[in-house]
Design a protein around this ligand. Sequence first.
Ligand code: HEM
Length: 392
Amino acid sequence: MTKLSVDGIANINDLPFGQDRSRAWRELHSTGEAVLSGDEIVLTSAEAVEFAAKRPELFSSAKAFDKLGSPVPLIPIAIDPPDHTRFRRMLDPFFSPKKMAEREPELREQAGELIDAIVAKGECEVVADLAVPFPSRVFLTLFGLPIEDRDRLVNWKDAILQFADLNSGEPTPEVLAYALELYTYLNEYIAQRRTDTSGTDMLTQLIHDTDDGGMNDNEILGLCFMFVLAGLDTVTSAVGFSLAKLAEDGDLRRRIADDHSLIPAFIEEILRVESPVPFTNRVTTEEVEVAGHVLPKDARVLLSYGSADRDPRRYPKADDVQIDRKSAHFAFGRGPHRCLGSHLARLELRLLLEEWHTRIPEYTLAVDEPPQVPWPTSTMVLRSIPLNIKPA
Ligand code: HEM
């Protein structure tokens, strides 16, 4: 058996990610490129993370996500190539920039409605008023599900992510119970759409798509489950970090409010600096050498996209948001599992920031303490962002 060798030990749960992520990432980097945290090995450098993410035959996803309790495999994250390649061939066209652009008017209207309500109210807590409701509404629209189901859906997702034991490979009984409720809910809609082909929503289209053999009900279910867990909190996170950063940085805020063409570059930088998905999971399939260390077979590995994004060797002044930076970030991952929803996420963020700054160009944090992230967590979401707003 290979003896495990690493650069050092740092329990990631004890690092100050809640209050000071720059310090937390610095501490992790200073421990090394391969760091032991509990019984997991954390890869921290951009080079090591890229190496592992691009080698699914050595760093498998198949068993890495069991703790989320899905009764069916999470499609496509828990599938390794070559099967994974078939799923992505089928799914990518549904999420292409062109397909997403077709949704722009509808999603822009939804963003505008939420922001109009904030203007009418005269005050704003970004997380509850915007960052949570917008992505869940977009999900329900794309999948043709009733808007009244939003709270139930958000509650199941919160419960599954809250009760998932981040330090274990197994689901807890609570996770299994909530996962089953979500499963039953999604299953009913899938059965309904099998017989009713009239809908123009994405769920109906996916179910009746026969390219590459199509997907069976369990696969569709695993995909829907994945969307709920991957596509809501991540966007909530990015919306929160965007507005919190602009609220505290007056110069940047004024530049963006005056010139909306800077918004896409700002989105890329805030995703890099405040990476919503700090770590992702893999399991080694055989003995493998990475970052100068030999990891044994069946080792549980955390690829730290967040740490790679703050690697000073890849990004000079890595902690600073610099909107003229050109290097590609890790926030949507690397390799075959690179985010399926990246174009949708970028569209959601752009529309929201455009509509926001058209209506509310001036705003500041309404609290002295910077907003915090409850840590540990699988997605970095600021708990609450109260703002003083001055509508146009
Ligand atoms: C700012 C928002 C988002 C961020 C930062 C983000 C981040 C990520 C990351 C880092 C991965 C790779 C995980 C890994 O390597 O293990 C990923 C995969 C994935 N994301 Fe996103 N995501 C976002 C939004 C979305 C949205 C809106 C959707 C819904 C359509 C979505 C669906 C997925 C799916 C299905 C995968 C798995 C892809 C595969 O395994 O081939 N994501 N995302």
